[in-house]
Design a protein around this ligand. Structure first.
Ligand SMILES: [Zn+2]
Length: 173
């Protein structure tokens, strides 16, 4: 979405939309609301949906260090602390799970990356010339950013897995 569209859809009387419980927990763990921790949560929720008893123990690997890791940790319980989740800097937004029956890969789809990218670019535009802005203009821009983020997060909580995620399953024999 173009930044202008973001500007048009914002509502000056804005209030933050309360997050569904699982996402509220992610943001509490993560320390802020953001697109990538939300998308990490969506990856984690897809894991829970697809998970089968015959997998037994699961180990995971996420192929880039982003805010998504906190979303995955909060939802799946996999953790870097106990070694069941590794983060490898290969620059792909992809969770690879190895389990007794095979392998599951969940990657952020182009639509998800595009939505996150649009928001990031809006942020750059709003920060342009920041040092020279007066207080009122900074406040105005912060408000615009918050409103755009709020609208985007609601979307990312609600969009279908088929729009946000690419899922590949591979089973032994
Ligand atoms: Zn974040």
């Amino acid at each position: 979405m173009a930044a202008n569209a973001f500007y048009r859809m914002v509502n000056r009387q804005h209030m933050t939309t309360p997050a569904p419980d699982i996402f509220a927990r992610i943001y509490a763990r993560h320390g802020h609301r953001c697109t990538m921790s939300t998308l990490g949560g969506r990856i984690g929720l897809a894991v829970l949906r697809l998970r089968r008893a015959e997998w037994e123990d699961v180990r995971g690997c996420y192929l880039t260090r982003t805010c998504a890791v906190d979303g995955i940790v909060e939802v799946t319980g996999l953790s870097e602390d106990d070694g069941r989740l590794q983060v490898i800097p290969e620059g792909r937004h992809l969770l690879r799970l190895e389990h007794a029956a095979g392998r599951l890969e969940i990657e952020l789809a182009p639509t998800a990356l595009e939505l996150a990218g649009n928001y990031r670019r809006l942020g750059y535009q709003l920060e342009a010339g920041w040092d020279d802005l007066d207080f009122a203009e900074r406040e105005r821009r912060e408000g615009l950013r918050e409103e755009a983020l709020d609208a985007l997060l609601v979307k990312l909580w609600e969009m279908g897995d088929d729009e946000l995620l690419l899922i590949r399953e591979e089973n032994h024999g």
